[in-house]
Design a protein around this ligand. Structure first.
Ligand code: AMP
Ligand code: ZN
Length: 114
């Protein structure tokens, strides 16, 4: 997608602090962190939102699920705990139209979220 900021990050057209990358996904630090650890994990493929996960593209979600504990170890939040958030649409608070998984940790996180 030409005008998608996260596609541009995945393609290295705009800078980001990449903390993990493979052929299917990129993970980078959130530009406006809500916790001491705030990493965004995205598929390189442009999937607009959780509404667009289907049987044809869902393997990347399983792949991301397998990367999360590795990132948790990398950021030393594996034992202390963390939260994974995927926002969808207006009421879900999604502001970027490219599927992304927030990995948050490093402090005690409020629950329930606002
Ligand atoms: P959401 O509200 O779930 O769509 O989350 C979008 C997230 O992307 C927010 O936490 C933003 O701070 C983050 N974000 C927006 N632009 C960038 C960027 N250029 N680099 C890193 N994170 C970004
Ligand atoms: Zn995109």
């Amino acid at each position: 997608m030409d005008d998608c900021i996260f596609c541009k990050i995945a393609n290295k057209e705009i800078p980001s602090k990449i903390v993990y990358e493979d052929d299917k996904v990129v993970a980078f630090n959130d530009i406006d962190p809500k916790a001491p650890v705030h990493v965004l994990i995205i598929p390189k493929e442009h999937i607009p939102s959780p509404n667009h996960i289907n049987s044809g593209n869902s393997t990347v979600s399983a792949h991301i699920a397998s990367i999360i504990p590795k990132l948790a170890k990398q950021f030393d939040i594996y034992d202390s705990g963390y939260r994974v958030v995927v926002n969808c649409g207006k009421d879900g608070g999604q502001t970027v139209g490219h599927l992304h998984y927030h990995l948050l940790g490093g402090r005690n996180l409020d629950w329930p979220p606002g």
